[in-house]
Design a binder for this molecule. Structure first.
Ligand code: 13P
Length: 253
């Protein structure tokens, strides 16, 4: 059985103090959610303190990072390595978010090395894939996503894919208030699972968690999470408010 993962991607929001405040508010609201895993991905500057707060308070919230550089150490000014994240008890690392692909020009080859580096450090990648509006309208959405999967998972073994998280985030649905319809979201998530089955085997496809991301809110979470191939959500804007994020995480309640 795949345990749903509700992960908050805080993006470039919340300074250290604000991050601590948000986690303090969130922790009691999600403390009783046993059948869902809840994770937060604050900015790098807040990871150490949030990690300590989670540990000290005994919260079950998992910690994630929004990005990583694929190297253990070295002369890479401004970058953060997988072992540095691992040392802060980070569990999840987002790789290939569309904002990094589009704004920072990150290509699939680079994303593939990040996925590999995160696994090598003993953490779980959350690999983001998704199409632009133009690609969807041209009927190329599945081809785009499958191309990303093929490139980004090139250096990964089936057993590793089984433990990974893939997030389908249609770019046109991110921060726009436009959510994919349940049919579109389920359609792409099941296409991703079929692709994983064909490439890595049925057992791997049955284990890998495939999230949906893009304007997930308390009002649409239950409907999306009920779909067969949606194993949770990667939440942006709505993860910045404890009550909203907790309502999304409690979609089954
Ligand atoms: P929004 O939930 O703000 O649309 O962001 C989605 C996202 O990009 C999560 O990674």
């Amino acid at each position: 059985m795949r345990k749903p993962l509700i992960a908050g991607n805080w993006k470039m929001y919340k300074n250290n103090n604000e991050a601590l405040e948000l986690v303090r508010e969130l922790a009691p609201l999600v403390a009783d959610l046993d059948d869902v895993e809840v994770a937060v991905c604050p900015p790098f500057t807040a990871l150490a303190d949030v990690s300590r707060l989670i540990a000290d308070s005994g919260s079950s919230i998992a910690l994630g990072a929004q990005d990583v550089y694929p190297g253990d150490e070295g002369a890479f000014t401004g970058e953060i390595s997988p072992p540095m994240l691992k040392a802060l008890a980070v569990t999840y690392v987002i790789a290939g978010h569309s904002e990094r692909r589009e704004l920072m020009g990150e290509k699939d080859g680079f994303v593939a090395t990040k996925v590999r580096a995160v696994l090598d450090a003993g953490m779980t990648p959350i690999l983001c894939v998704g199409e632009t509006l133009e690609e969807r309208e041209a009927g190329n959405a599945a081809r785009k996503v499958e191309g990303q999967l093929a490139a980004d998972l090139e250096a990964v073994e089936a057993a590793e894919v089984a433990g990974m998280v893939i997030a389908y985030e249609p770019i046109w649905a991110i921060g726009t208030g436009k959510t994919a319809t349940p049919d579109d979201a389920q359609g792409m998530n099941s296409a991703i699972r079929r692709w994983i089955a064909a490439s890595f085997g049925d057992d791997t496809a049955a284990s890998v968690r495939i999230l949906y991301g893009g304007s997930v809110k308390p009002g649409n979470a239950a409907e999306l999470m009920a779909l067969e191939d949606i194993d949770g959500a990667l939440v942006g804007g709505a993860s910045l408010k404890a009550a909203d994020f907790a309502a999304i995480a409690g979609f089954k309640a």
